[in-house]
Design a protein around this ligand. Structure first.
Ligand SMILES: Cc1ncc(COP(=O)(O)O)c(C=O)c1O
Length: 476
């Protein structure tokens, strides 16, 4: 047979309430949409500050198109890097107190590029179990040895770091970081195709939640041995010309700043202290903190008062609170130059349209100066949590605009989402493998442009969810 039995696989997904479907959204300004021809209020976008359709952002984008055209025409390193990209990179670096910033086409690619540039095959990469799929996939692309610690559990991370250092001293392999982890016994073979990857011992071989790719098939990525990986082709067709940045084992700790499906904050001060003590660089993906937390929206590091010494590698996205598209990495001169030289998702792709960079400059300025948007979010969060608690809904411990309501089974999450939609409220159901089995949820998100009335409508619709079904432990 040429193909797997795709029809049966799709049917199985449907039967397990895991089938995903796109919706046709016609957007009007703000969180008020037309959904399949009917008006609806969206409580599920990442446009937290309500900047995606701001007139100043739209005007900047239009001027950008008139000035620069639509497409960038080529990769940054060929002829795609223009004055709008450059200006945005400088503004982001200045805003975040870093030597430099580097634009990527998407956040997914930024994380792939970062980890692939910093970690080589077999190098240990320590990640929170609930990290975004792109951080997990970055470790796969690097063929690093992924070690996932339980969510927010700094003690478990410490144990993993210690075990890793011990394994290295036992094997006598030396690396500058002291975390070489050369034991091959932990190589986990991947999917049926014979591929494999390095994974924390004792963890399941597949990537359950947290990874959209490969999760059900056991995470096969590429094929071959560690040494094969070292000599893999840089461009996909020739000999390897893009070695890892260091050429030897380097450990990395990577975490979301604000967890995308839970809304809680990583214990960044503790992680930063551990990383510094261990001499391991800390990478924070602040996709959901940037614009929302900290002074002028500088994000979760600023919220905790952490600087570039404490957290040397900062990644942020532009398609969420900043309302546009793309992503960046901010850090030292050497980090950025290393990415330019070696990050494949940076090198081998077309640069984002310059007009988008122009639009982001406008939205960044708005995000910085319009504090009322963050104040409004704080108000909405408080009112929502009070109202939902009065309804007895199972909230999660989040202080951010991501306010999930735990449903438990995928079937129940889907039923809740459909019940809300019948009342003109759009909240998508988040199901495994995006979240752990048994923790399907409605991922409610708040936007500074939601009115009090919008929130009343949401709470009224939530009040109508089937009684007795609100306990996620109960059968669906
Ligand atoms: C924590 C986190 N990192 C990275 C990404 C990827 O960003 P992008 O949508 O720009 O690819 C997302 C969202 O999609 C995210 O939630």
């Amino acid at each position: 047979m040429l193909y797997r039995d795709l029809t049966s696989e799709l049917e199985r997904r449907r039967a397990a309430h895991l089938y995903r479907q796109r919706r046709r959204i016609e957007a009007a300004p703000g969180p008020h949409l037309t959904l399949d021809g009917r008006p609806a209020i969206a409580f599920c976008t990442n446009d937290y500050l309500g900047l995606a359709r701001h007139p100043e952002v739209i005007a900047a984008c239009q001027r950008g198109v008139e000035t620069y055209g639509v497409g960038s025409g080529s990769a940054h390193l060929v002829a795609g890097h223009g004055p709008a990209h450059q200006a945005l990179e400088e503004e982001l670096a200045d805003f975040l107190g870093r030597e430099r910033a580097l634009l990527f086409s998407t956040g997914y690619m930024a994380n792939l590029g970062l980890i692939q540039a910093l970690a080589g095959p077999g190098d240990p990469v320590f990640e929170d179990r609930l990290n975004h799929a792109s951080l997990i996939d970055g470790a796969l692309l690097a063929r690093a040895r992924l070690r996932r610690y339980p969510h927010g559990d700094v003690a478990a991370l410490l144990r993993q770091l210690a075990a890793c250092a011990h394994a290295e001293s036992e094997s006598g392999s030396g690396s500058s970081s002291g975390f070489g982890c050369e034991s091959r016994s932990e190589f986990v073979s991947g999917s049926e195709s014979g591929s494999g990857f390095w994974c924390e011992s004792g963890s399941e071989p597949g990537f359950g939640f947290g990874s959209e790719s490969g999760s059900e098939s056991g995470c096969g990525f590429g094929s071959g041995s560690r040494s094969d990986a070292r000599s893999r082709s840089a461009s996909g067709s020739g000999p390897d010309t893009a070695p890892t940045a260091t050429g030897h084992s380097v450990a990395l700790i990577a975490t979301d700043g604000v967890f995308s499906m839970d809304g809680d904050l990583a214990p960044l001060p503790e992680l930063a202290a551990i990383a510094r003590a261990a001499g391991v660089p800390l990478l924070v993906d602040d996709a959901h903190g940037l614009g929302v937390l900290g002074r002028e929206g500088r994000g979760s590091l600023d919220h905790f008062g952490l600087d570039a010494v404490a957290v040397p590698i900062l990644m942020g996205t532009l398609g969420k609170a900043l309302g546009t598209f793309g992503a960046f990495v901010a850090g030292s001169e050497d980090l950025i130059e290393t990415l330019i030289q070696t990050a494949r998702p940076y090198i081998y792709t077309t640069a984002p349209p310059p007009a988008l960079a122009a639009a982001t400059r406008a939205s960044l300025a708005l995000a910085r100066r319009e504090e009322w948007r963050r104040e409004r979010l704080r108000e909405l969060i408080q009112t929502f949590r009070q109202g939902a608690a009065q309804l007895g809904l199972p909230l999660m411990p989040s202080t951010t605009p991501i306010q999930p309501i735990l449903a438990g089974s995928a079937e129940r999450a889907l039923a809740w989402s459909q019940a809300l939609e019948a009342r003109g409220i759009l909240v998508t159901a988040i199901r495994p493998p995006t979240v752990p089995e048994g923790s399907a949820r409605l991922r409610v998100t708040l936007c500074a442009l939601h009115t009090d009335q919008d929130l009343d409508c949401l709470l009224a619709a939530l009040a109508e969810l089937p009684k007795g079904a609100r306990d996620p432990g109960a059968a669906a």
